[in-house]
Design a binder for this molecule. Structure first.
Ligand code: NAP
Ligand code: L37
Length: 318
């Protein structure tokens, strides 16, 4: 797709694809801005305050998780953090994992602990997530942080990275379009604890009128069709159709779905490609602004993890 930056006034992460109506919100560029800010603040702490430290734990060999965990550890090094990664075998017991978390909770060099999901079926995820100290819970999955977000105490909450990054992109889009989130009708499709629910809380904190749709919702096209803001976090390739989108709406596509592509790669394996939960091409000609997949919310998730780790380090040394 040929991209042309729009006339003056648009930030460099907001692009207008030539011939299209919608603005394209580039998460890659936006994430680089966040990462540069975190790096600058980290550099400014050197010699005065502790170096922020992030521990990332991966259990098993889920290929997507391997990619994400590698990106997270790499980003942590790039911004100047102390970065450690634990690659544990699939057969790791819950007790072993809990012991590692206890060690990291007690380690003053570590300010953020992330346990990548999904965990192997033999491990109870709830017990594991609740073992992470709420002050080091940079994923924001501990009930204590979920509770703070739910009562609107955003000064103290560590907020889950994907919704936090989605909100940054949403605010940039609203600014570029000259609209306000306050009073806007927002629809979040999906109600998971890691994306949909915290996203709904964040939108509420910005005074949007929030509807949360899910697999039991009746008439999803009509619900989506009323929305000024649509956040799709379903995990179903291109299920939100372009024709559902209200003209001019802001669309944040959280979905990451790998689908069969065309042809074969150099090793002769069938190619695959990533698509979101929104039928992107059709939505592009109706939406006011939209995030692409890949290159939208995904890179922001990683950047917000770094921002959360820096925040956790500040909270620890306050
Ligand atoms: P999840 O836990 O599987 O939740 C999916 C939600 O979608 C559920 O609430 C489910 O409803 C709802 N749903 C499923 N089918 C539906 C349908 N036909 N109509 C309406 N709602 C439906 O998924 P998740 O962890 O929230 O992730 C969602 C997507 O975001 C996935 O594609 C995932 O890969 C992606 N993701 C991206 C990032 C990123 O950084 N970009 C981070 C995390 C996740 P019920 O509750 O009724 O079952
Ligand atoms: N914080 N996030 C946290 N904790 C977890 O336990 N599972 C999980 C989680 N999810 C997660 O890390 N998601 C995620 C998804 C996509 C990217 C990063 C993180 C990402 O970088 N996506 C790229 C494409 C990467 C690819 O080619 O596969 C993108 O541009 O969207």
């Amino acid at each position: 797709m040929a991209l042309a930056t729009d006339a003056a006034g648009l930030e460099k992460n907001i692009l207008r694809p030539s011939g299209e109506k919608a603005l394209l919100i580039d998460g890659k560029i936006a994430s680089e801005v966040v990462l540069a800010e975190v790096a600058a603040e980290t550099a400014a702490r050197a010699g005065k305050k502790s170096q922020p430290g992030l521990a990332v734990i991966l259990v098993g060999e889920n290929p997507a998780s391997q990619v994400y965990v590698r990106s997270k550890s790499k980003a942590a090094k790039t911004v100047g953090f102390h970065s450690v990664q634990y690659d544990l075998p699939e057969a790791t017991s819950e007790d072993e994992l809990l012991k590692l978390i206890d060690q990291l909770n007690a380690d003053p060099k570590i300010h953020g602990i992330l346990v990548q999901l999904p965990l192997p079926p033999a491990i109870n995820s709830t017990r594991v997530l609740e073992r992470v100290s709420p002050l080091k819970d940079v994923d924001g999955f501990h009930p204590f942080n979920a509770g703070l977000l739910s009562i609107g105490d955003l000064d103290r909450a560590l907020v889950p990275c994907t919704p936090a990054g989605s909100l940054v992109l949403l605010e940039k889009a609203a600014k570029a379009l000259g609209v306000s989130l306050a009073g806007a009708d927002a629809v979040v499709v999906g109600r998971s604890n890691i994306v949909g629910k915290p996203m709904a809380q964040l939108l509420l904190s910005r005074n949007a009128t929030v509807t949360v749709a899910h697999s039991r919702s009746r008439d999803l096209p009509a619900i989506v069709g009323r929305a000024d803001i649509v956040v799709a976090a379903v995990g179903r390739p291109e299920m939100v159709l372009g024709e559902w989108i209200k003209p001019g709406a802001i669309v944040i596509d959280v979905g990451i779905n790998r689908v069969p592509g065309e042809g074969v790669d150099a090793q002769g394996r069938p190619k695959s490609r990533l698509v979101g939960d929104v039928a992107f091409k059709a939505a592009l000609s109706r939406a006011g602004a939209i995030t692409p997949v890949p290159g939208g919310v995904g890179p922001m998730t990683i950047a917000m993890l770094m921002a959360n780790t820096l925040r956790a380090a500040k909270l620890a040394s306050a």
